[in-house]
Design a protein around this ligand. Sequence first.
Ligand code: TRP
Ligand code: SF4
Length: 334
Amino acid sequence: MNKKRILTGDRPTGRLHIGHYFGSLKTRLEMQEKEEYDQYILIADVQALTDNFHQPEKVRKNVRQLAIDYLSIGIDPKKTTIYIQSMIPEVAELTVFYSNLVTIARLQRNPTVKTEIAQKRELFGESVTYGFLGYPVSQAADITAFEGELVPVGEDQLPLIEQCREIVRKFNSIYGDVLVEPQAVLSSEKRIKGLDGNEKMGKSLGNAIYLSDSEEEIRKKVMGAVTDPNRIRKDDLGNPDVCMVYYYHNLFSSKDEKIKVCEECKKGQRGCVNCKKQLASNIIEYLKPIREKRRYYEEHIEEVDKILFEGTKKAQITAKETMKKVKKAMKLDY
Ligand code: TRP
Ligand code: SF4
């Protein structure tokens, strides 16, 4: 059977949190169990350098951390190929070839790039680097080097996939039908709000629970979550719908518990402190298998390195095959 290739990945710039877990990570776990798919996950260290060129040690450290995050949630290297972007020279080569097929104006119009440049004023000042402006081109190389057909992403990444599709069409119209045009697959899971009620969970907002958080850290964070502001005493009638603790009970607690929390809160029969303690215990319990697997890999870091090495070796073979076709089409097959 001809399997459909799935290509996805992350920049190794920080740890993954439960927002990632309920979003892209769960999708990847499902995809890897389906016979009809062949999933590749890239650790995009070169892309991470586009906005972290001044902190190479941070990127280096997070490559392993990201790999441990993947392995600890159950990404299985026997079913999914995990590889390191910088070890695939073909991706850099393709980026150069593709850079002729995209205009600077088009890159400047890319909504994702635009938003990110605005967020990174401190780093880039008034003038963005060539590398950062061009990262959609390198992302197109990531996808096409592996003939990725499906790219599961969050909404913020859609303009990058669209740009990749344009590059593919342009390439194929000039050099012949060589590249595979990918399709974005939007994750069906909704985005998880932060502990403070912010629509987005993120490092800079300090409102995230990380997969690698200790029990202590989880407890502390949950105790600081935003509750119904109108509830001061335990017997004040509460509104769970404006409470982040209840929001998280919906994700981590049993159905019976959720109903009980809601009823008792509305009747003023529940203390927020106890409510939070119960939630913290449930989150800790839920993430326990992940924490245990993480501990195993942290103690066996040589296994992590071996998995990365072997995944990358396999990826190198795939990328070489694509490169052969590309060079032939471009009359560069000396
Ligand atoms: N841009 C993605 C991020 O911000 C990472 C990434 C790099 C990626 N190359 C990719 C995602 C190819 C999907 C496909 O995390
Ligand atoms: Fe939120 Fe629970 Fe307090 Fe109600 S009792 S406001 S659900 S923390």
